[in-house]
Ligand binder design. Sequence first.
Ligand code: SF4
Length: 216
Amino acid sequence: MPTRSNVSIDSLQRDRFFHMTRRDSLPQVLRGLESIARHESVRPIKVNAVAMRGFTEEEAIPFAEFARSTAFQVRFIEFMPLDADHAWEPDAVLTGDELRAIIHGVHPLEELPREPHSTARVFRFQDGSGEIGFVNPVSEPFCADCNRVRLTAEGKLRTCLFSLHETDMREPLRSGASDDELETVVRDAVWRKELKHHIGEAGFRQPPRTMSAIGG
Ligand code: SF4
């Protein structure tokens, strides 16, 4: 039974949500969130919004007010070069600091202690309930204590969002590998885990898999 949930919503305005997703589904997504919230064993419920310059500035305050009035932890995630359209460019990144300044000007924030391996800097509102997080992989990389690996729907183990190599787990699983053999495959992959991403450096190559094909 899952006890945590992440939902992506890049805009709380119906027309802009449609523009981003090519689906007029914001009311449906919000109803889904309300349904999840009724299950008290599912916490935290995180609402992730990708922050893009020229778009997300006007979402900052509505999302802050959403975080203040619901049980959901809103998290802004800096735009990374994992997009299907290859539209990423450095200038398109709206940093977490910039968004935090916009929100802090209206609803003052104070930072909570960072949990080990956390991807987000989490803040609470000084005058009330609610939390808001900022995931800043571009402006403040947190690769140094990253402990994430991901398994895709087709059984490929990825040791970094930006991995150019994957480890196949499906074939050994289907051919009856023992737990010890699978552990060796995973250990070998994790031993070679990337030290950091190279966004913004010469020679950076965007991985063929987009974020949606990785699975978050
Ligand atoms: S090592 Fe890769 S997955 Fe981990 S934080 Fe850095 S970019 Fe993200």
